[in-house]
Design a protein around this ligand. Structure first.
Ligand code: PLP
Length: 479
C-alpha cells in the first residue's frame, strides 16, 4: 500500500517486546493478581509524581470514586466539575450519591470558568474536580484562590474533611501523567489526583489507573505556598489502607497477605467495591514507566512539528508548552477558527476518507441524554458548547512518524479547503452573535419587530433555525 494512503489510527498502544516479556514473566511467576509488581509500581509512581502516597487501581474512574469515598462524600453533598469533559469526571459523583454540579468553561478555554466556579460553590460543596484536559494542567492557583475565598462555605463533615481548611481538590488527571506546572509534577499539586492507564493513554496498563494524594496542608500559615506545613490528623498510611479497603470489598487482608502461612482469616470491615489492579497490568506499567521519559519527549517532538505545520492554517491548537510548564502531550486539540459543527464534522469525514482517524474531545456533558435527564441544559453552558463545535483532535501517539504528522496536517488543510468549497459556511457562535446583533439593530432602526418584514429564519449557533422576532427579543433581553 503506498505510504500516502496508509491508515493513521487515532491512538494505538505503544507496546514493545519488553512489555510482552514482562507480562509473560508475570504469567509464569505464579502470582497474577494484585501483588509485588503492583506494589512496586505504586512506589515508583509515587516517586515519579512527587505525591505523598499512591495507590494503583483498575481505572481513573475508580480512582475518582475512591477519592470521593475516602473523603466521605455522599448523599446531601455537592461536587463541582466542568461541563467540558468525559462522563467519568462526573459519574463517580453520582455513584457516591452526591449531586453533580457542572460549571461552564471560560470563553475560548477548555478549563472551567473560575468565576462561575465561585458562584457554584454552596454550603454543601464537598469537592471540586478540575480536568487537566489533553495533558495540560489547569490553573491551580486560580482554582485554589477561589476555594480559599470561599472558605466560609466549607463545612467539613468527616474526620478527613476536617483536616482540610478549604474545599478539597480531586483532580481528574486521566490525561496528564508526567505533566508539570510551575515546577511541580502532576500528582503533587491537587489533594487527590486520578490518573488513567487506559489503552489509549500515554502510559498504559491496558486498563488501569492510579490515585495520588497530598496530605492536607495548612493554608492559613502561608496561603501562597503549595507546600505549606502538613496538617496533623491523618497519615498517608491511613489513606492508603482506606483505599485498599474501598477497592477490595472492605476486606482487611488482600489476596497476597492471605497466602502467608496460617493467615487465612480476614474481616469485612464494610461493603466495599472491587477496583484493584492486577500484577499482569502492573508488569506492563513497570516497563512503560522505564520508557516514559523517552515517550514524553517523542510526544513533545511530534507536537512541535504539528505546531510548525499548523502555523499557516486558520486553526488554534492547545498550548502544550509554556511558561507555566509542560503538558504530558496527550491530545492534539485543535479548533477550526470561526467554524461550526457541520464544517468540523465534514472535515472529520474527509480525513477519515483519506485514512486518518480523528476525534472530538469533548461533546459537553449537558448535551448528553443522561445529563439532560439529571436536569442539565446545554443552553446554560454556552462557552463549552461553542468550544466543542469546532474542535477536532488529531492523532497523537508515539507510533507516529514525522511524515505521518506532515500527512495529517496536509490532509487537514485539504479537508478544510474542500469543506469550504462545498459551501459549508456555518460558523461558530461569535459570528452568529454578531449577525444577531446586526439583525436586532436593523429591526430596531426599521421598527420591523412586529411587521411582516421580519425574517423568519436566523442563524443562531450552527444551524439555520427558524426564530421568531419575539424569541430574538427575549434572547437579547437576557443578555
Ligand atoms: C478526562 C477523563 N477522565 C476520566 C477518564 C476515565 O479513565 P478510565 O477509563 O481509566 O476510567 C477518561 C478516559 O478516557 C478521561 O478522558
Amino acid at each position: 500500500m503506498p505510504a500516502s494512503t496508509k491508515p493513521i489510527p487515532f491512538s494505538p498502544p505503544d507496546i514493545t517486546e519488553a512489555e510482552i516479556q514482562a507480562v509473560a514473566e508475570t504469567l509464569r511467576s505464579g502470582w497474577i493478581t494484585t501483588g509485588p509488581r503492583t506494589k512496586e509500581l505504586e512506589q515508583r509512581l509515587q516517586a515519579f509524581t512527587g505525591a505523598d502516597g499512591f495507590a494503583c487501581l483498575n481505572s481513573a474512574t475508580a480512582a475518582l470514586e475512591c477519592a470521593l469515598r475516602v473523603l466521605g462524600i455522599g448523599p446531601g453533598d455537592e461536587v463541582i466539575t466542568s461541563a467540558y469533559t468525559y462522563t467519568a469526571s462526573a459519574s463517580p459523583i453520582h455513584h457516591v450519591g452526591a449531586k453533580i454540579v457542572l460549571v461552564d468553561t471560560a470563553p475560548g478555554s477548555y478549563e472551567m470558568d473560575y468565576m462561575a466556579l465561585g458562584d457554584a460553590i454552596t454550603e454543601r460543596t464537598k469537592a471540586v474536580i478540575p480536568i487537566d484536559l489533553g495533558g495540560r494542567m489547569c490553573d491551580y492557583n486560580q482554582l485554589r484562590s477561589v476555594l480559599l475565598l470561599n472558605r466560609t462555605k466549607w463545612h467539613p463533615g468527616t474526620r478527613l474533611q476536617r483536616c482540610f481548611d478549604r474545599i478539597p481538590i480531586v483532580a481528574d488527571c486521566a490525561h496528564a501523567l508526567g505533566a508539570t506546572w510551575h515546577g511541580m509534577n502532576c500528582g503533587s499539586i491537587a489533594d487527590f489526583t486520578a490518573f488513567s492507564f487506559h489503552a489509549v493513554k500515554n502510559f498504559t496498563t491496558a486498563e488501569g489507573g492510579g490515585l495520588a494524594w497530598k496530605l492536607p496542608r495548612n493554608a492559613t500559615v502561608d496561603p501562597i505556598a503549595w507546600n505549606a506545613p502538613v496538617q496533623p490528623g491523618v497519615t498517608s498510611e491511613e489513606i492508603y489502607r482506606q483505599i485498599m479497603l474501598l477497592s477490595l470489598h472492605g476486606q482487611s487482608k488482600d489476596a497476597l497477605a492471605k497466602t502467608k502461612a496460617g493467615a487465612w482469616e480476614y474481616d469485612i470491615e464494610f461493603l466495599g467495591w472491587k477496583y484493584n489492579m492486577t500484577d499482569i497490568m502492573a508488569s506492563i506499567g513497570l516497563v512503560q514507566l522505564d520508557r516514559y521519559p523517552a515517550l514524553l519527549s517523542r510526544r513533545r517532538e511530534l507536537i512541535e512539528r504539528y505546531e510548525r505545520n499548523l502555523a499557516d492554517l486558520p486553526v488554534t491548537a492547545l498550548e502544550h508548552f509554556g511558561k507555566w510548564g509542560e503538558s504530558s502531550g496527550h491530545l492534539m486539540l485543535v479548533r477550526l477558527n470561526n467554524k461550526g459543527e457541520r464544517f468540523r464534522n465534514r472535515v472529520i469525514e474527509l480525513m477519515a476518507e483519506s485514512g486518518i482517524a480523528t476525534n472530538v474531545h469533548y461533546k459537553p456533558l449537558p448535551m448528553m441524554t443522561a445529563y439532560q435527564e439529571l436536569g442539565f441544559d446545554a443552553k446554560n453552558f454556552p462557552n463549552a458548547c461553542k468550544q466543542f463545535r469546532n474542535e477536532i483532535t488529531l492523532p497523537l501517539h508515539t507510533l507516529l512518524s514525522d511524515d505521518d504528522v506532515d500527512r495529517v496536517t496536509a490532509e487537514l488543510a485539504r479537508a478544510m479547503e474542500r469543506a469550504e468549497s462545498e459551501g459549508i459556511v456555518e460558523t461558530d457562535g461569535s459570528v452568529a452573535e454578531a449577525r444577531l446583533a446586526a439583525y436586532i439593530k436593523r429591526m430596531d432602526e426599521t421598527g420591523g419587530w412586529s411587521g411582516s418584514a421580519a425574517p423568519r429564519a436566523f442563524a443562531v449557533g450552527d444551524e439555520e433555525q427558524p426564530v421568531s422576532p419575539e424569541e430574538i427579543a427575549s434572547e437579547m433581553g437576557n443578555r
